[in-house]
Design a protein around this ligand. Structure first.
Ligand code: ZN
Length: 242
């Protein structure tokens, strides 16, 4: 089975559509959180996630937009986008966000937005925080989001930790390791200095995860964000992927 991994969609409909167009012969989808926040199309993105029957977990932005997480912990721009999103969300879509669990488990994998220590809010950036999550893992693979950067942290069969960034076309063969934490990068607001929408393809039979990045119409999204009066910094950063 092949599963498309769609992390940090962040209400970016153009990016999400391009990613779905690039995913061929896919049997299902996983979303490691942050469907909404930052971008101009929260309802449309939630509706696609619902239609695709994505296995999804809640991200910190999803939780802030339904009043579960205090947005005072966010940057001012992110907070502004949260307030805007709260006003835009339909009752039905808000209720859907309320159903999202913090952690999801499947055959061979588990998934959280941040980390297993703190599912909604901790960033896995390097070996130290990666190792802390690895020690809590019950499955071979843990999909995370939150950082908006594609990277992998592994514990090899000798018990040694390692980690590296992943680029377009990179494939991780998880059978080579004891445990693997993977962030496939962000669909809707990538931050690895590559503005392309980033996503993953998890092959559950070969136990591989491939990273892919596709271009999308950034200008169209920026225009919508300007019309919605979303913060300039959030509009500008899409162009640079940071
Ligand atoms: Zn995010």
């Amino acid at each position: 089975m092949k599963l498309g991994i769609l992390a940090d969609i962040h209400s970016n409909l153009e990016a999400l559509r391009c990613v779905l167009g690039a995913l061929k012969d896919i049997d299902g989808y996983l979303c490691p959180g942050d469907i909404v926040g930052y971008g101009p199309n929260p309802n449309e993105c939630i509706e696609i996630v619902r239609e695709l029957r994505c296995g999804a977990v809640a991200g910190n932005h999803d939780l802030a937009c339904i009043g579960i997480l205090d947005p005072r912990r966010f940057t001012e721009d992110a907070r502004e986008a949260v307030s805007w999103t709260i006003n835009m969300l339909t009752e039905d879509n808000r209720k859907f966000l309320e159903t999202l669990p913090l952690r999801l488990e499947g055959d061979g994998f588990e998934m959280v937005h941040g980390s297993l220590r703190n599912p909604a809010e901790e960033y896995i950036i390097g070996l130290k925080d990666g190792a802390a999550t690895i020690e809590l893992m019950k499955k071979e693979i843990c999909f995370v989001g939150h950082l908006h950067t594609s990277l992998v942290i592994v514990k090899d069969k000798a018990g040694k930790y390692d980690g590296w960034q992943l680029n377009d076309g990179d494939m991780v063969d998880t059978t080579k390791f004891d445990k693997v934490v993977i962030n496939v990068g962000g669909v809707g607001q990538p931050r690895d200095m590559d503005p392309r929408a980033s996503f993953g393809i998890y092959d559950t039979e070969k136990h591989t995860v491939e990273i892919r990045k596709v271009e999308y119409n950034i200008i169209a999204v920026q225009e919508k964000m300007r019309k919605a009066n979303l913060p300039d910094f959030l509009i500008e950063r899409l162009k640079y992927g940071r």
